[in-house]
Design a protein around this ligand. Structure first.
Ligand SMILES: [Zn+2]
Length: 336
């Protein structure tokens, strides 16, 4: 676990720690995706558990508790997150068994005589049944027991859970502050940092993943394949996208399409400002209705992006959906 929140949340964390005695028993941290909510929750948890915190309330990083937190072995801390299986695939949901397994932890007192914390991240990955299993504990938290929930989409969280939490919005950094941070983290130039940030829709954490050399080259390849449509065949494009997962190229295709729609309406691109000329030229060859239809079809495709029955067919279907924006309607028939 990390001890430091991202710089743009530092003062919020200090403010929250000043008021630590009045911490709600269930805190819901919400905010845009990829702005550092997990880092904030972890830094807050480490500080609340630290046995010799600094004057400003932050974790010392040196005591026994901090050592356990760093090693993810603190006996008074439980983290619930989506599990990763042996093949490296992350589950879509937090499973009910994970919530049930909390019972033992909740049944005993604090090992260190201080607070006990349960961190649930992302809390919106709990389905209804799982959320219900958690509900009773949230209603009657034991003494010194605190829940910290993190959610990108609090609306997807059961209303019964939401209503039992005190919610706190974590702000997104301004593009300038985010780009400066990306520059430092990745040692790239300002223009490049801005381009990655735009492509990541303003999410600095996603931007630094994009900027990793292997990812950066993959993204250039995928984007180039998508941007050549409809002037290249969908077979050639599917070949070019073959080495990559739908999770990688489909969001890119959706963002490219959104930028086409913005340009078609006379606006400027949000995700690919460096490609403005190309986007304007392409957008003149479609119309808003077709772009909207293609966007809806790609969103439908996205629902099965994590588990396509046949990756090649999934790719061809997605390309057909995208090409619908340009009036090409050669749709492969699904074999499902
Ligand atoms: Zn400490």
């Amino acid at each position: 676990m990390k001890f430091q929140t991202l710089p743009w949340h530092h003062s919020t964390l200090l403010e929250q720690l000043r008021d630590a005695q009045r911490l709600p028993h269930a805190l819901l941290l919400r905010g845009a995706s990829g702005i550092g909510k997990t880092r904030y929750a972890q830094a807050l948890a480490a500080s609340l558990l630290c046995e010799t915190p600094l004057d400003n309330g932050l974790a010392c990083g040196r005591c026994l508790s901090c050592g356990w937190v760093a090693a993810d072995t603190h006996p008074d801390l439980r983290q619930l997150t989506r599990l990763v299986d042996d093949d490296g695939k992350q589950a879509n949901e937090i499973k009910i068994d994970q919530v049930r397994a909390l019972a033992e932890f909740l049944g005993v007192g604090s090992h260190r005589g201080g607070r006990r914390l349960v961190l649930i991240d992302p809390a919106d990955a709990m389905n209804h049944v799982t959320a219900n299993a958690l509900l009773k504990t949230l209603e009657e938290p034991g003494n010194g027991l605190f829940f910290i929930l993190v959610a990108n989409r609090p609306d997807a969280l059961a209303a019964t859970i939401r209503s039992r939490c005190q919610s706190r919005l974590l702000e997104s950094p301004s593009p300038g502050i985010a780009a400066d941070w990306i520059k430092v983290e990745t040692s790239c130039a300002t223009g490049e940092a801005q381009a990655w940030l735009a492509m990541a829709g303003g999410s600095p954490l996603q931007a630094i993943r994009f900027a990793e050399p292997a990812q950066a080259s993959a993204h250039r390849t995928m984007l180039e394949a998508i941007a050549r449509l409809p002037d290249t065949s969908s077979v050639a494009t599917a070949d070019a996208l073959q080495p990559f997962e739908g999770r990688q190229w489909l969001p890119l295709m959706q963002r490219w399409l959104l930028d086409l729609a913005r340009c078609r309406m006379g606006g400027s691109p949000r995700y690919f400002p460096a490609q403005t000329a190309r986007l304007i030229e392409l957008s003149a060859r479609t119309d808003p209705q077709r772009l909207a239809d293609a966007g809806r079809d790609l969103a439908a495709q996205y629902r099965s992006v994590g588990h396509p029955l046949n990756p090649r067919l999934f790719c061809e279907e997605s390309l057909a959906a995208y090409l619908g924006a340009f009036g090409r309607v050669e749709r492969p028939r699904s074999v499902v």
